[in-house]
Design a protein around this ligand. Structure first.
Ligand SMILES: Cc1cc2nc3c(=O)[nH]c(=O)nc-3n(C[C@H](O)[C@H](O)[C@H](O)COP(=O)(O)O)c2cc1C
Length: 217
């Protein structure tokens, strides 16, 4: 069985998937295990909607007629401070460089961005919702659940991409999955098998050195 360190280093955001199907039973197993993620007060505030197989096909058809709107929540602060702003900028530049899109080719960047709304070709996905009553602490619990889910997917030989981009399609997604109004969409997670030959998957994201985010007191 894969050890945690290997899973942590192997997991990365995949932005081009093969059409290879993922059995429902495998997704169910990932969710069963991911539910062991911790949460403050054990409130377990995550609500998950799964798209797979025929449902995913129907979702793609459904979405074709829909337009993105305002993001359902502020995905980033209005003027992101340093060093976060540069980290975000560099990630974008590195990503577009893998597929040869220059900085000034806005239409090509937008076309790449739009692939979020095809789950980058993934055959399966989850949408993660949270009750509107919940605050920052419970949203952080969602993060624990999602990372646990993604590491378990890595262990199972699957690949993922967490996607806040879906915040711009909350109305359409909610209508399709039938989520009640009390729930708010946080993100989608594309799930499937990496297209290892696609250049975008050669992207290796940087990290701040430990000294930059840690102070030993
Ligand atoms: C909550 C969350 C939402 C994200 N949303 C998107 C997204 O909408 N589109 C995308 O291409 N990547 C998205 N990412 C992926 C990040 O860009 C990625 O995690 C980061 O650059 C680090 O790279 P890595 O995941 O390959 O290690 C998201 C990541 C997280 C954790």
């Amino acid at each position: 069985m894969m050890d945690v360190t290997t899973a942590v280093f192997r997991r990365k955001s995949v932005r081009a998937f093969l059409p290879t199907p993922v059995p429902d039973a495998d997704i169910a197993e990932l969710l069963r295990k991911a539910a062991r993620a911790p949460s403050g007060g054990n409130v377990q505030p995550w609500k998950v909607y799964v798209l797979n197989g025929g449902t995913m096909d129907r979702f793609r058809t459904f979405l074709a007629d829909r337009k993105p709107g305002e993001a359902a929540y502020p995905v980033y602060p209005e003027s992101l401070k340093e060093p976060y702003r540069t980290a975000r900028f560099q990630l974008g530049e590195a990503m577009y460089a893998t597929i040869g899109i220059p900085r000034d080719d806005k239409p090509a960047r937008l076309r790449q961005m739009a692939k979020n709304y095809d789950f980058f070709g993934a055959p399966a996905a989850i949408f993660c919702y949270v009750d509107r009553q919940m605050g920052a602490a419970q949203w952080s619990d969602l993060g624990m659940f999602l990372q646990t889910f993604m590491l378990l997917a890595t262990e199972a030989g699957l690949d993922t991409c967490p996607q806040e981009a879906w915040a711009r399609y909350e109305t359409a997604v909610t209508e399709f999955v039938g989520a009640p109004g009390e729930l708010q969409l946080f993100c989608g997670v594309a799930l499937g098998h990496v297209d290892a030959d696609h250049p975008i998957n050669r992207l290796e994201s940087d990290r701040f050195p430990v000294e930059e985010f840690t102070i030993w007191v």
